[in-house]
Write a protein that binds this ligand. Structure first.
Ligand SMILES: Nc1nc2c(ncn2[C@@H]2O[C@H](COP(=O)(O)OP(=O)(O)OP(=O)(O)O)[C@@H](O)[C@H]2O)c(=O)[nH]1
Ligand SMILES: [Mg+2]
Length: 304
């Protein structure tokens, strides 16, 4: 180690991954980290709070902060989600804006671009889902976006296939400030097991439910008990807003919740590397979205 290179030339910093709902932020975060730290579904507004994932690229440790999509909020939870995204952006060393190249600069993306343009330093643009669009369209999009906000760098990527992601990572690694690493080398996420298990179940529910249902529910892990044989018993509650929603979540003769449970167990067992006994209860809690207790474990600002 020399004076010119404190910490052996190590670098470390926070990269906030921001963008409109469904842009692919969580898919990209997982890809960059090399493990599933944040849930992904085809539905917008899947991510509800900030999820950090840690990656190492050469001498740099990058703490990616996956954020909820930024949209026009209506409910209290929406406002808290959008506020969490902007706070994540403000606290980070680098803001990585993801735009769905197939959607282009629509109203939502346009608003975020304009907001970022006020402070374009340390902003990087990634046009995502290039596996779905022609290259000339992506080039035009890059030009249009950079006319609104002067990004430090622009990348064309596919978070789904991994195309372009290592170039993006290398650039981010070069941009974060010199300094010691913040996390142990093998740590991938800052999320605790109970919260992550609830997210996995919510992901399976989101995939199986439609219209307003995904947004009317939330999942909490109520109990977590490890046994001597290595297995774990996990009890979770799905809160819905109305009785009719409870019936839909359960499905005819409980078939829907049964298949949710099976899928969640399969995934949890492979992640936790142990046998999982999962119990899911569905309860009606009118206006859970206006209950501060629901927000607390997520680190969301109830009064945003
Ligand atoms: N074809 C294609 N699909 C992608 C790509 N990246 C993400 N997706 C898909 O886009 C959808 C949304 O992905 P997410 O990663 O959940 O998007 P997000 O930005 O985190 O969404 P919110 O959390 O709702 O804001 C999922 O169906 C992904 O599989 C990509 O590069 N190509
Ligand atoms: Mg997400």
């Amino acid at each position: 180690m020399t004076d010119a290179e404190p910490d052996g030339g190590r670098r470390c910093g926070f990269v906030a991954v921001i963008g409109a709902p469904n842009a692919g932020k969580s898919t990209l975060t997982n890809r960059l980290v090399g493990a599933k730290v944040s849930i992904v579904t085809a539905k917008a507004q899947t991510t509800r709070y900030r999820v950090s994932g840690v990656a190492v690229d050469g001498p740099a440790q990058l703490v990616y902060v996956d954020t909820p999509g930024i949209f026009e909020p209506r409910r209290r939870l929406d406002r808290a989600m959008v506020a969490a995204a902007w706070t994540g952006a403000a606290d980070a060393d680098i803001r990585l804006l993801l735009i769905d190249a197939r959607k282009g600069i629509d109203e939502e993306a346009g608003r975020i671009l304009t907001a970022l343009a006020a402070t374009p330093a340390h902003c990087v643009l990634a046009l995502n889902k290039i596996d779905l669009v022609r290259r000339d369209r992506t080039l035009a999009l890059s030009r249009d976006a950079n006319e609104v906000c002067a990004f430090e760098a622009t990348f064309m990527i596919s978070a789904a296939t991994g195309d372009g992601v290592s170039d993006l990572s290398a650039r981010l690694a070069a941009m974060v400030p010199p300094g010691p690493w913040l996390y142990p080398e093998d740590q991938l996420s800052d999320m605790n097991d109970r919260l992550f298990a609830a997210e996995i179940t919510r992901e399976k529910l989101f995939e199986k439910l439609h219209q307003e249902l995904p947004y009317a529910l939330t999942v909490e892990t109520e109990d977590w008990q490890g046994f001597d044989d290595g297995s774990v018993r996990i009890a979770q509650t799905v809160f819905v807003e109305r009785d009719s929603q409870k019936g839909i979540v359960l499905g005819r003769q409980g078939t829907r919740i049964k298949s949710v449970r099976e899928q969640a167990v399969a995934e949890l067992e492979s992640i936790l590397e142990r046998k999982v006994h999962l119990f899911i209860f569905v309860k009606v809690r009118q206006k859970w979205g206006d209950d501060p207790e629901r927000f607390a474990p997520w680190g969301l600002d109830y009064n945003a």
